[in-house]
Design a protein around this ligand. Structure first.
Ligand code: ADP
Length: 420
């Protein structure tokens, strides 16, 4: 990734440098040609002033001595060459574009291959005061030599810029790629962790399913073998099969609830429920279970509207209250309190039960974690109740807190943003 990023940044920057260098060279060439033209015009102006006193031949020989690298031609208005530093006076110059421009009173310019010298020349022609036309030419190659020196300068600057670009591209790529690579590593680690959690969950579910199924298989085998003869024994076996089937149904329901909460559940903005009302109804529903376990239930507090569906709230409260009844002793209590604390709707479920040891208090919200497996086997329960409670709480922006003392009881406090 770093390499690709370096190459991409370098390529873009190199393209930019190449384009700007080409443009620079071209601009530089234009400037140099126009400066050369300007020099020729200035020379012509000087010669024009001189031509009043000096005839064409003398003017040409003076010029040749003073400026040997340039050619001066004095042309009569009919195109006849009157004098020339190269001594070429035979050809008529009437058809030369720079001469024609100069005849019309302007400064004439041209750049073309010279018939005489065979090289590309830059021409500048000017109408003189005496009626003749003065024309100076110089080889473009001398301008090109200057440009070449400039180009070498440009190329060296471009080379330095390219090296710097490569360095900067590498630094930039390293800086940009580092957090992305770290994120990728974190994501893959997270993916692996998720995979492990999923396989652990699948293994746990299979194990949880296996236990009641093995019992059912044992009971049915015994019944089928004919060894259980007495009708009352047969009835007891069938009742036990029923208990195990209920256990299976409870487990499957809880697994489905949990996977729905984890994957598809989304809080809906229009969901509303009164915490106190749902708590009262749930307690009424659980009253017979509590009575048979010798537990007293109570609900107190004030109405608190929250943005949660009544079904989810019932799910949450019944899981907490059922645990309060299950992990309790006859004569015990489960109390619900609903109140508003600093703008939050708070539900407290306290019991006078067996309590949870400190080292297990964090873990009870994990899937399938149980403090005492033997006891759960007797009381029932999928081991997913508190995981479901925690998921519902977090899904609706709430928080859950547990305080518990072994032998005294537990207090689960759930708080949600109060709905307006
Ligand atoms: P379970 O189906 O086993 O009740 P939960 O997820 O509801 O599963 O609870 C996990 C474990 O936490 C229980 O097995 C139990 O050991 C402990 N626990 C939950 N609630 C209470 C409580 N009110 N008092 C004591 N222990 C509790």
């Amino acid at each position: 990734m770093k390499k690709r990023l370096t190459l991409a940044v370098f390529f873009i920057a190199a393209l930019g440098i190449a384009i700007s260098s080409l443009f620079g060279v071209w601009t530089y060439r234009c400037q140099e040609i126009s400066a050369a033209r300007q020099t020729l015009i200035e020379l012509l102006n000087l010669l024009d002033a001189q031509s009043n006193y000096t005839g064409p031949e003398a003017l040409v020989s003076q010029f040749s001595a003073a400026v040997p690298d340039k050619r001066l031609t004095i042309i009569a208005p009919d195109g006849t060459v009157l004098a020339d530093t190269l001594g070429e006076v035979t050809k008529n110059h009437a058809d030369r574009p720079e001469f024609q421009s100069a005849l019309s009173g302007k400064t004439g310019e041209a750049m073309r291959q010279s018939d005489t010298a065979g090289i590309v020349l830059l021409y500048e022609a000017k109408p003189f005061f005496d009626g003749n036309v003065g024309r100076i030419s110089m080889p473009v190659s001398s301008v090109n030599a200057l440009i070449l020196r400039g180009v070498i300068g440009f190329l060296s600057a471009a080379a330095v810029a390219l090296v710097l670009t490569l360095l900067l591209a590498r630094i930039l790529a390293a800086r940009t790629a580092a957090p992305i690579e770290r994120q990728e590593e974190a994501l893959s680690a997270q993916g692996e962790k998720l995979q492990t959690v999923k396989s652990e969950f699948a293994a746990n579910v299979s194990h949880e399913l296996k236990t009641p199924l093995t019992s059912i298989k044992g009971f049915t085998d015994m019944l089928a073998s004919g060894m259980v003869k007495k009708p009352e024994d047969q009835k007891q076996f069938i009742t036990m099969i029923g208990v195990e089937v209920d256990r299976l149904i409870e487990l499957i329901n809880d697994v489905l609830k949990l996977s729905e909460l984890e994957s598809v559940a989304m809080p809906q903005p229009d969901e509303r429920a009164d915490l106190l009302d749902v708590a009262k109804k749930t307690m009424e529903f659980l009253e017979p279970v509590a009575r048979s376990a010798g537990i007293t239930l109570s609900v107190t507090g004030m109405a608190q509207t929250v943005s949660i569906s009544a079904n989810r709230l019932r799910e949450l409260i019944s899981n907490l209250v059922e645990n309060g009844i299950k992990y309790n002793t006859p004569g015990g209590r489960v109390d619900i309190q609903v109140e508003n604390r600093e703008g939050r709707a708070v539900l407290t479920v306290s019991d006078t039960g067996i309590g949870i040891p400190p080292e297990a208090q964090e873990r009870v919200f994990e899937r399938f974690y149980r403090v005492d497996r033997g006891r759960t086997r007797k009381t029932g329960g999928s081991g997913l109740g508190l995981a479901i409670v925690k998921h519902i709480t977090l899904l609706y922006g709430g928080s859950i807190h547990l305080e518990s003392t072994v032998g005294k009881g537990s207090v689960f406090t759930v708080s949600f943003p109060a709905a307006t």
